[in-house]
Design a binder for this molecule. Structure first.
Ligand code: G3P
Length: 221
């Protein structure tokens, strides 16, 4: 499973990328607004930090406008993935870009029918928003299971990866992995939560206390 981080905060991305565990980054207009920075500048910095795909979202709502914006975004770096909304206009833009060999992430996916269309339009990624479905009393992970089942029916002819987005807690990541989603994009805070377990902390404290009693050192031997 590939791990993307869902943020436009360059410092956070740098810190997480240093772990060597990061495969890519997703941004969206809200995350860029939160950063308070110039989009193109931030995008260039992120793309230089992470060799993997960096999703950059268009702001236009008509396909022609999306394509013009995509042209600008693609000039920033080779690892830019153009993110378009799951609308008819977004699908038109996706079809056109994917025919030209451009990687497209179709975002704001909330149904299996929409995911079928994204694949049909040649998307490299479809981004179902699990947390936002949970928020309205629907089962976000059930949608991931449905899309997995549908895409598996066309294995070999379809190259769209399921990118689980709107992740709110570590169990979303675990469930996405159990279902077999190719990618999960996780906010930095939740990415760090994944490593936590009280028994790990307790066990390590005991090991370190016992080790100190031996009076030994390992490095420099
Ligand atoms: O980047 C898209 C998605 O991950 C947004 O998540 O938390 O705003 O629903 P959220």
């Amino acid at each position: 499973m590939k791990f993307f981080v869902d943020t436009a905060d360059v410092d956070e991305i740098r810190e997480i990328a240093d772990s060597g565990l990061l495969d890519g980054v997703t941004t969206n207009p809200s995350l860029v607004a939160k950063s308070g920075r110039d989009f193109i500048e931030v995008l260039a910095e992120i793309c230089a930090l992470v060799p993997g795909p960096v999703s950059a979202e268009v702001a236009a709502t008509e396909a022609d406008g999306m394509l013009a914006e995509a042209e600008r975004l693609l000039k920033v770096a080779d690892n830019v993935i153009v993110k378009v909304p799951l609308t008819w206009e977004g699908l038109k833009a996706c079809r056109s870009l994917s025919r030209d060999g451009v990687g497209v992430n179709v975002t704001l996916c909330f149904s299996a029918a929409q995911a079928i269309l994204a694949a049909k339009a040649g998307a490299a990624y479809v981004s179902p928003f699990v947390g936002r479905l949970d928020d309205i009393g629907q089962d976000g992970m059930a949608l991931i299971g449905e899309i997995r089942q549908i895409y598996d029916n066309y294995a070999g002819t379809l190259n769209t990866e399921i990118l689980v987005a709107s992740v709110r807690h570590p169990m979303h990541v675990v469930e996405a992995a159990k279902i077999g989603a190719e990618v999960v994009t996780v906010p930095p805070k939740i990415l760090r939560q994944l490593v936590n377990h009280p028994l790990t902390d307790k066990g390590l404290a005991a090991f370190l206390a016992d080790w100190e009693k031996t009076g030994q050192t390992i490095a420099g031997k």
